[in-house]
Design a protein around this ligand. Structure first.
Ligand code: 13P
Length: 254
């Protein structure tokens, strides 16, 4: 976590929370953030679509950013039940997660579609958080580097830069399992991603793009993960649903 990249602590609430839950969580985080005079991190929450407007109102003015968990590649049209990047922007979102492994698995999303979604996000002035990561099987077969590199190259729009793009490395086998790669394993994949960004976007942009780690990040392991040279924060699932835990993770940046 070098000085030139401000850590981003991002909560992916996934398909969790009814109105009262979302509001309570957002309120607690908003109060914490308002009480922080000079936070050294950026904080982001990505509620389910149903809660975005409500959470947005609750955190308004707190300094916490608002995001969504997916968008459609088109800006409008006959796409029943889908949501466009422009609609998210209109609700006050600044970020959108694309290509999460749960989207890749549950909805068969491939790199090309993820890239199109990231392009749509960038075109609507949203920062795309592009998720990549290997399955357990791929890791066991020694294919982690190949998979991560291929997903990065295939999912990253040419229009990407440090202002409109964040990469999240999420080993699929670490998501929601309580297991994490060793610090060395995390750092080596993040360094590989940084190298891939250099090839795609040039050294200056690669040095400025934030690369988050995601997968069973919690207060107990956040400090050491975020301290790794090429880790610039976290994309947090389970632990982002408890204000106390999510805040403790953010405090690990200090
Ligand atoms: P967990 O933190 O629950 O492992 O989830 C990580 C994740 O998928 C964030 O996008």
């Amino acid at each position: 976590m070098p000085q030139n990249r401000r850590p981003l602590i991002a909560g992916n609430w996934k398909m969790n929370g009814l109105k009262a839950d979302g509001q309570a969580l957002a309120k607690a985080l908003g109060e914490q953030m308002r009480a922080e005079s000079d936070p050294v991190f950026d904080m982001l929450v990505c509620p389910p679509f149903t809660l975005i407007a409500n959470v947005g109102e609750t955190i308004d003015g707190s300094g916490i950013a608002l995001g969504a968990q997916d968008c459609h590649p088109a800006d409008k049209g006959a796409h029943t039940a889908d949501i466009s990047a422009a609609m998210l922007r209109d609700l006050g979102c600044q970020f959108v997660i694309v290509g999460h492994s749960e989207r890749r698995t549950d909805h068969g999303e491939m790199d090309q579609e993820v890239k199109a979604k990231a392009e749509a996000a960038q075109a609507s002035d949203l920062t795309a958080i592009i998720c990549i990561g290997e399955t357990e099987h791929q890791r066991d077969d020694g294919k982690t580097f190949d998979v991560v590199k291929t997903q990065l190259t295939g999912s990253l729009p040419n229009s990407s830069d440090s202002s409109n793009t964040v990469i999240a490395y999420e080993p699929v086998w670490a998501i929601g399992t309580g297991r994490t790669p060793s610090n060395d394993e995390v750092q080596e994949v993040h360094a590989l991603i940084r190298d891939g960004l250099s090839q795609a976007l040039g050294d200056d942009q690669a040095a400025a793009v934030r690369v988050l780690y995601g997968g069973s990040m919690k207060p107990e392991n956040a400090r050491e993960l975020i301290a790794l040279p090429d880790v610039d924060g976290g994309l947090i699932g389970g632990a982002s649903l408890k204000a106390e835990d999510f805040w403790a993770i953010a405090e690990s940046c200090t």
